[in-house]
Design a protein around this ligand. Structure first.
Ligand code: GLU
Length: 277
């Protein structure tokens, strides 16, 4: 090949690459208030009080309200938000692939996850706890050894059971907490473990009233962050500013009251950038 042809060929490759980048998933949802573009946001679909898809297709919960506020600050109206289900085990992949712009899904900030994604926040501090039947005699972590315990694949809750709380528990991992709750009700498992915020939301549902109780143990600190693609420091800054504003203008407290009511006694608003170890 003559030199001129080599140059022409490389130019063609470059042009193709540029076109591919322009059409990449990162750009199509970036128009914000300047246009009718959409923003894709990852939430949970099966966690009452936090992220729940209602039978009519609408969404409710504290994470949904945080996500809606953050999206507003990024320039998107509620009608421009497309919620996408991000189960515990799918979150890092969804961000790495660019399936969603950010995730607000009871997503704890951890060093392990920070190797793959970045986090804004934290915006809520929760603690790992146990949910058992109302008449259960399980009261502490070590009571779980030898018992059937349910948690979710890809969660810190399941990791903590294996590593510290009850290594000899018979741990079953499902893909979502609603499946664990069904297992607790049917007697297939003796306890469910995850964040107290999540467990309280299930326990408060009319259909479960009086059936379950929380052990009330603070087995860990779970600092909920807004997950974003690794390296997007501009987005991280914007979301941190949005979260700080949400606490400052009272919208955070209003979202707490609306979604947790009397069912969950939450910790005060965390300071952005401060992780409780
Ligand atoms: N907050 C914990 C975590 O990020 C448990 C809840 C969940 O699985 O979403 O793993």
């Amino acid at each position: 090949m003559k030199l001129s042809k080599v140059v022409a060929a490389s130019a063609a490759v470059l042009a193709l690459t540029a076109t591919a980048t322009a059409c990449g998933s990162d750009n199509k949802d970036d128009s914000g208030s300047s246009g009718g573009g959409k923003i894709k946001v990852g939430i949970k679909y099966d966690q009452p009080g936090l992220g729940l898809k209602q039978p009519d297709g609408s969404f409710s919960g504290f994470d949904v309200d945080v996500a809606t506020y953050v999206a507003k600050e990024l320039g998107y109206k509620p009608s421009q938000i497309e919620f996408v289900e991000t189960k515990s085990a799918d979150r890092e992949n969804a961000l790495q692939r660019g399936d969603v712009k950010f995730i607000a899904a009871t997503y704890s900030i951890t060093d392990e996850r920070k190797a793959k994604v970045d986090f804004a926040g934290p915006y809520l501090l929760a603690h790992q706890d146990l949910l058992v039947k109302a008449d259960s005699d399980i009261t502490k972590g070590t009571d779980l050894n030898g018992k059937k315990l349910c948690s979710v694949t890809g969660s810190t809750s399941a990791e903590n059971v294996k590593n510290t709380i009850a290594p000899k528990a018979n741990l079953r991992k499902y893909s979502g907490y609603s499946e664990c709750i069904a297992g607790l009700q049917s007697g297939a498992v003796d306890a469910v473990t995850t964040d107290d915020s999540i467990l309280a939301g299930f326990a408060a549902q009319d259909k479960y009233k009086g059936q379950f109780k929380l052990a009330g143990l603070k087995l860990s600190n779970e600092n909920y962050g807004v997950g974003i693609k690794k390296g997007d420091s501009a987005l991280e800054k914007k979301i941190n500013a949005a979260l700080t504003k949400m606490v400052g203008d009272g919208a955070w407290e209003a979202a707490v009251k609306k979604n947790f009511g009397t069912s969950y006694k939450n910790e005060p608003a965390p300071k952005v950038g401060v992780i409780v170890k």
